[in-house]
Design a protein around this ligand. Structure first.
Ligand code: GUN
Length: 280
């Protein structure tokens, strides 16, 4: 039997419709939500991502500003830009697109963002809030993935969730969110010795590695939920995730496609966070 698809485009469209209505309501109270997206350098993938973020914002009525800076921009100049945006009352959310050029310390830049404007949820204050269960901004990609799991009505309590990848942006916060829902969570990474055996015990697999075919059919228990966070290009230049989609969908219960899965949900959750930063 073939797995049911979890349609990220459809879920994101629903969220965007809700955000559009809430933005309109905020505007009647004289609040116009604003998002600043900072792009340093000209990485082609990052350029595509930020243009989507700006376009999405405009679609839902959020004022957005794209701040482009040269690849040779100094760390000091970027920190000054962040500080200016921290002090700009028309800007409620700040996103500095990652990765940054090698000469810039990304942790320093993240630490400079006012946590109340940190719509990426990368600041240690927000990461800490997530860890201890306090309110704060949650990173958009794992939050989007959680919304996808929620959409199929799955109760995670006592379920075994396996997260593959331990990045600060996805793997670690994803594990935290699953744990907050009382799942039993295993985090696997590049040093994990028995990935296949661990995955075979999983009720939910979240693949967030950034490498094609990390999850193959022989690693997936029948009926498992498979969430693919990967965004890769295959040898034909086609967009693909970390999961061998065609084969894994034959055994999984639910699966997210790439494209049209977690990607649009990440973008939708950024809008939700910006709205929240503006006071909704
Ligand atoms: N690079 C890849 N994903 C993200 C993201 O969610 N936020 C930022 N700022 N940079 C990214």
């Amino acid at each position: 039997m073939s797995a049911q698809l979890i349609d990220g485009n459809a879920l994101a469209a629903q969220i965007k419709a809700e955000v559009t209505a809430e933005v309109a309501a905020l505007k009647t109270r004289g609040i116009h939500p604003g998002l600043a997206v900072v792009l340093v350098g000209d990485d082609p993938a990052s350029q595509v991502y930020v243009s989507h973020k700006v376009k999405d914002s405009e679609q839902v009525g959020i004022h957005s500003v794209l701040e482009r800076m040269e690849a040779t921009t100094s760390e000091v100049a970027l920190l000054a830009k962040v500080e200016a945006l921290n002090n700009d009352p028309s800007i409620h959310g700040i996103l500095v697109q990652m990765p940054l050029p090698k000469h810039i310390d990304s942790q320093k830049v993240i630490a400079a963002i006012n946590p109340a404007k940190d719509v990426d949820g990368f600041h240690v204050v927000n990461a800490g809030a997530l860890a201890v269960g306090l309110p704060g901004f949650w990173p958009c990609t794992p939050h989007g993935a959680m919304k996808m799991i929620e959409s199929i009505g799955m109760n995670l309590r006592g379920k075994h969730a396996v997260v593959i990848g331990r990045s600060n942006i996805v793997g670690k916060p994803m594990a935290q969110m699953l744990l907050n829902q009382s799942a039993t969570v295993t985090i696997c990474h590049s040093a994990t010795l028995n990935l296949k055996e661990i995955c075979l015990c999983a009720d939910v697999i979240v693949a967030a590695v950034g490498k094609q075919n990390v999850v193959t059919k022989d690693m997936v228990k029948a009926g498992a939920v498979v969430i693919d966070v990967g965004m890769n290009r295959n040898s034909q230049g086609k967009l693909c995730g970390d999961v061998d989609f065609g084969a894994v969908r034959e055994v999984a219960g639910f699966i997210t496609p790439v494209p049209g899965g977690v990607g649009p949900m990440t973008r939708a959750l950024l809008l939700v966070n910006t709205l929240k930063a503006a006071g909704a």
